[in-house]
Write a protein that binds this ligand. Structure first.
Ligand code: FAD
Ligand code: UDP
Length: 379
């Protein structure tokens, strides 16, 4: 009998396994249906010996010193500030849109003040900014929206930006200065030995047992446990009983080239013609020296592993109904990007997991039996 069964060895499941084992001295069985820990942040060496991220580029950034300090127990860091270029009208331009983006796109020499006037003359008045389209057209106008956002967003999400919540494009700011960093956070670093190494250190505790290639749906009745933490898709947990909650997937095409570098920065976005959204060249992220280089192309898809909740009003409504079901369970916690249907970055998932642990500490005294056995979703 394990004290805790944790489903999913990504950030949410691994942080909680680490906290429970190290702070409560309780036993944890951590399972994942994949053949590795780390969830979508998993990295590994490919056949050429180049460190790649199997599920697309993961750049760690946070404004929370507490979250950075927590993870720093398990990794050293490599300073890295993420820069992205966008291929628009045959040019490679900085994204987020900044002063250089506009000057180079239109062959201008605007100052920051002039750029403000440039946007003011183009932005559309939107009564209530509600959608992913509204955010962009009300900031930089329709032409830049069409060039940089409309098609990329349609490819990425399989729906028009007007059908997505504003939170989607609000992730990408607009700048009047020449700051070309993708993120503005105070702490921007990559784990020095990679993400997987960091996860291995986190889980290196005799009270944590890890079982891979193990699906909760198949082992559910067989593994005795007192309490459950679940970090997979919430609709699947409830056997889709309220309907399917859409998650967007990606197909990755990983390639290795016989040349030292391919593109000037880690990520180049393709918002116009291609059917992939972006190309990542991993050596920029990791700092690895190698004569060859490995890339990944991302093709968004409706089928495949769930990667992104799709933020829009109808999905939020359905999620809320699942959330009500989850609230009714005893001794079960749903945590993470898939289980709480939130478009969270890694640091936000770590924060959510640490907050969940704090709640567990307050409400579940160490060593107490579960209330009445498990309140299972299937019951
Ligand atoms: P996950 O990492 O998805 O882990 C959930 C785990 O549960 C998975 O391993 C899954 O196999 C397992 N699982 C699910 N169901 C079952 C089951 N029934 N039985 C057993 N196991 C199960 N964030 C950033 O901060 N910076 C970035 O640059 C960044 N880039 C990203 C790029 C891409 C392409 C994607 C998809 C995400 C990116 N993210 C980034 C977000 C980041 O991946 C997530 O915030 C984080 O990985 C979520 O952790 P999680 O534990 O909630 O979920
Ligand atoms: N986006 C876009 N063009 C870009 C970059 C982003 O249209 O060049 C939109 C797109 O809808 C994307 C969202 O902004 O899904 C958030 O971008 P981010 O880079 O944060 O996406 P992620 O890294 O999470 O895939």
């Amino acid at each position: 009998m394990f004290d805790w069964l944790i489903v999913g060895a990504g950030f949410a499941g691994s942080v909680l396994a680490e906290r429970i084992a190290s702070q409560r001295n309780e036993s944890v069985l951590l399972i994942d249906r994949r053949n590795h820990v780390g969830g979508n942040a998993y990295d590994c060496y490919d056949e050429a010996g180049i460190l790649i991220h199997r599920y697309g580029p993961h750049i760690f950034h946070t404004n929370s010193q507490a979250i950075a300090d927590y993870l720093s127990q398990f990794t050293a860091w490599r300073p890295y500030e993420h820069r992205v270029l966008s291929r628009v009208d045959g040019k490679l331009l900085p994204i987020p849109i900044n002063l250089d983006t506009i000057n180079r796109l239109y062959d201008l020499e605007l100052t920051s003040e002039e750029l403000e006037a440039f946007f003011a003359a183009r932005r559309e008045t939107v009564e209530q900014v509600a959608t992913a389209e509204d955010v962009v057209v009300s900031t930089v106008g329709r032409e830049l929206y069409e060039k940089f956002f409309r098609f990329y967003t349609t490819k990425q999400w399989g729906r028009d930006p007007s059908q997505l919540s504003k939170s989607v494009t609000a992730r990408v700011p607009t700048r009047l200065n020449r700051d070309d960093r993708y993120f503005g956070d105070v702490f921007q670093n990559m784990p020095a030995g990679g993400y997987t190494r960091m996860f291995q250190r986190m889980l290196d505790n005799p009270r944590i047992s890890v079982m891979l290639q193990t699906d909760y749906r198949t082992i559910r009745p067989q593994i005795p446990h007192r309490r459950l933490i679940y970090t997979g898709p919430v609709d699947e947990f409830f056997d889709f009983r309220l309907g399917i909650l859409p998650y967007r997937s990606l197909r990755f095409r990983h390639v290795t080239l016989d040349r030292e570098t391919f593109q000037p920065v880690a990520v180049v976005n393709y918002p116009q013609d291609e059917d992939y959204t972006r190309i990542t060249e991993y050596k920029h992220l990791t700092g690895q020296k190698h004569q060859r280089t490995s890339l990944s192309y991302e093709y968004p898809s409706d089928v495949g592993d769930p990667y992104y909740p799709v933020p829009c009003a109808e999905n939020e409504t359905l999620y809320k109904r699942y959330e009500m079901l989850a609230r009714g369970l005893r001794d079960v916690w749903l945590v993470g990007r898939l289980a709480t249907y939130r478009y969270y970055n890694m640091d936000q998932v770590v924060g959510q997991a640490l907050a969940t642990f704090a709640r567990i500490q307050k409400t579940v005294p160490v060593g107490t039996p579960a209330s009445t056995g498990l309140a299972e979703a299937a019951e």
